[in-house]
Design a protein around this ligand. Structure first.
Ligand code: AMP
Length: 285
């Protein structure tokens, strides 16, 4: 596996792969890799001739009071894990390499961001589409892999690619979980011992909500209420939001119908956790 830190080196790698007629898969990450990231890499490995993984904690997508400085980092360990997962090129740029000068053009997401995490994280998705656009231009992937754990991020990137005709296919990968159902996340290291025991109730609450919808509850409000009260009873965290929206449009629904996402965010003492279930009332999950 090649480890490259500069745009110039990455371009050399991409040029050689393109000249060889190879199909490229891209896996963008912020590092501190876990099985969720590795599932994306393994899927990319199966689908493509060459796999590029990026590790970049993107300052543009962090708010002033968020965890950019203390976001967990361990490039040495990540390098070993990425190599074992079959990554061919690991791109680990410094901030100055990605943003050497103030950008002449900035990007603003026009839809799908006034709900869920977009409300509490203004500018977050503008930062996401900016870095993803740069990575798409640099890596020129045929396919790019994103986790459905970040359902709103996937919906926004789907909008980016479709609205602006990016020549890339985006692939959503199912959430990888701990045995007790907690979604794997680099931020789980922030949980205290007690919070770690309570955190799986986030997914359990969402399952309960989805179950009621699948079993015939038509009121979105009732599904949301049920999910919130279960969370409040069991999760030991402050509920930021529970929302039931159409997917991937993220529009409010008059009643339970079609393809939807039931999503929640909760705040523990040092960790903000998100999770969701994308489901269809006609087909169950
Ligand atoms: P991050 O490093 O948190 O920015 O995540 C990089 C990519 O991995 C994103 O597309 C995430 O949605 C995805 N990802 C993170 N956690 C998981 C998980 N538990 N299962 C599947 N994909 C994940």
């Amino acid at each position: 596996m090649k480890v490259v830190k500069t745009v110039a080196e990455l371009k050399d790698f991409v040029r050689a792969e393109k000249n060889a007629g190879h199909q490229i898969g891209l896996v963008p990450t912020m590092g501190f890799l876990h099985e969720g990231h590795l599932a994306l890499a393994e899927k990319a490995r199966k689908d493509n001739d060459a796999v590029i993984m990026s590790i970049f904690v993107n300052p543009l997508q962090f708010g002033p009071n968020e965890d950019f400085e203390r976001y967990p980092r361990d490039v040495e360990r990540d390098t070993k894990l990425a190599a074992a997962a079959g990554v061919d090129c690991l791109f680990v740029p410094e901030v100055e390499e990605m943003y050497p000068a103030p950008s002449v053009v900035t990007m603003t997401v026009a839809a799908r961001t006034d709900k869920m995490c977009g409300v509490k994280r203004p500018g977050h998705f503008d930062g996401v589409v900016t870095v993803v656009t740069k990575l798409f231009h640099l890596a020129q992937p045929d396919k790019a892999y994103f986790g459905l754990k970040d359902a709103q991020q996937f919906a926004v990137i789907d909008g980016l690619v479709n609205s602006l005709n990016f020549p890339v296919e985006i692939i959503g990968v199912e959430t990888i979980r701990e045995e007790d159902g907690l979604a794997k996340s680099s931020r789980n290291v922030y949980l205290t011992e007690e919070e770690r025991i309570q955190a799986p109730y986030l997914q359990k609450a969402l399952q309960l909500g989805v179950q009621s919808a699948v079993q015939g509850e038509k009121s979105t409000e009732k599904v949301i209420e049920r999910t919130i009260s279960y969370l409040q009873e069991h999760a030991g965290a402050a509920v930021d939001y529970v929302e039931l929206l159409s997917y991937p449009e993220l529009e409010p629904l008059e009643q339970v119908q079609g393809k939807m996402v039931l999503a929640a965010a909760v705040n523990y003492s040092k960790a903000r956790l998100i999770d969701n279930i994308i489901f269809n009332v006609n087909e169950g999950r």
